[in-house]
Ligand binder design. Sequence first.
Ligand SMILES: Nc1ncnc2c1ncn2[C@@H]1O[C@H](COP(=O)(O)OP(=O)(O)OP(=O)(O)O)[C@@H](O)[C@H]1O
Ligand SMILES: [Mg+2]
Length: 500
Amino acid sequence: MDLTGCEFDRPSLTALTEASAAVNSTLELSMVLQQIARRAAAVARAEASSVLTYHALRRRLIFAAAVGARGEVLLGREFEADLGIAGRVLKSGRPLNVADVSTSSDFYDGIDALSAFQTRGLMAAPMIYQSETIGVIEVLNPCERGQFSSTDLELLTVFANLAACAARNARTHDQLRREHRALRESLLSRLQIIGASAPLREMLKLADRVATTNATVLLLGETGTGKELIAKYIHDRSERRQHAFVAVNCAALPETLLESELFGHEKGAFTGAIQQHLGRFELADGGTLFLDEIGDISASTQVKLLRLLQEHAFTRVGGTKTISCDVRVIAATNRNLKKALEEGRFRDDLYYRLNVFPIHLPPLRERREDVPALAEHFAALACQNLGVPPRRLAAETVALLVAYDWPGNIRELCNIVERAVLMCDGTDLLPAHLPADITGSTPTAAAFAGAGLWATERAMIVNALREARWNKSKAARALGISRDNLRYRLKKYNISDREE
Ligand SMILES: Nc1ncnc2c1ncn2[C@@H]1O[C@H](COP(=O)(O)OP(=O)(O)OP(=O)(O)O)[C@@H](O)[C@H]1O
Ligand SMILES: [Mg+2]
């Protein structure tokens, strides 16, 4: 914009500077728009003002903010983008000063009727951001003077461009914030802990209790019981959640490498150490370090770890400088640490340091009632990941899954359900889609009691009938119920003879 020859007086420049600072003082979109309307009225010394944003897809102008006697009734109202003086300004991209609206053929009086306002004189300036007109600012009726001057119009035009920049920044910020929240939620939902069994609830109660403290946590549980998941759960509920969660599998690295991986090394510490290397403890500073398979660490790493837990300090491999760090340690093992202790493979002082707050993760076979919900969750995830339509778990399939003993726990269940989804061409995941070692088992009474499920009971009955070649007396005996009871249940579950 060419401002040569324009003569803003000092009060005008002060008003412009203040207005620009005000609209840039926040990134909250609605606040920015409100500030623009308020400051536009101040800059132009007008009775009322509005900010109209342009919705390009719908080709409409929308009242995004309004200041004046009854400005609030206009908020959110919209009209065709080619209507009125604002429409003309939007189209031409040039500001307009209409001293007396009653003489203007462009003036649209519908708005005055709505807000019970009487417009006499009006100025409108386009809000241009990177050559795109994103809206229009209107100011109505000059205060204490007959009409707006050409300097007033220039001032409003400058302000409208500053305001356009603030409004666009706020909108981008708003969008990014929403995207960020959605992404975070979808990430967290991947961290969803499925299950409502008593052992799981007890375990989560302990995790919740310790999460907000800085205490070292020791997670004990068989392979695939969810130790890493619970470690993340604890981190996410701690004050440290904005900082890093770093996981190290201590069994995956040879002894010497593990030590330098955890504590870092100085240049030349050993052959091949061509430059300084920061360890995981330094990377996790302020956050949480998850040490998986802690039972596997060497004697010298045990010493260093003990010092770290006691003094929050360590030295890099090959270094002498003491480095302090603020890291919360969550350790995990699927081994019997007590036994390693007795056999002298694990330091007892380290064991007691780690064992301040042990949490036992129950194996899946001790919380069979969680199997149906977990299986459904994994089926839905697998269908989503593989891009296939949703599949249902047939009742018989659920019953077999509940009955199985799960040596590999939840990870094994997850893999088996994913495999079933891959094997399945129809809409239902059937027993035929499960591996033989699972279909080989028969739902037990314990499984049924645990699941407490309609589907499980039905599946057990169908199974017993199949085993008894549909001889009802035999099936009732196998199920431990009377013939009448069985007949009642056949009706209840709508099981017909020879159902396959
Ligand atoms: N309660 C749960 N709800 C949903 N998913 C779970 C649950 N528990 C575990 N999982 C999932 O099961 C899988 C195994 O969990 P995780 O890796 O945490 O087990 P782990 O105990 O660390 O196993 P390992 O001892 O083999 O390292 C992961 O995919 C995890 O997301
Ligand atoms: Mg693990």
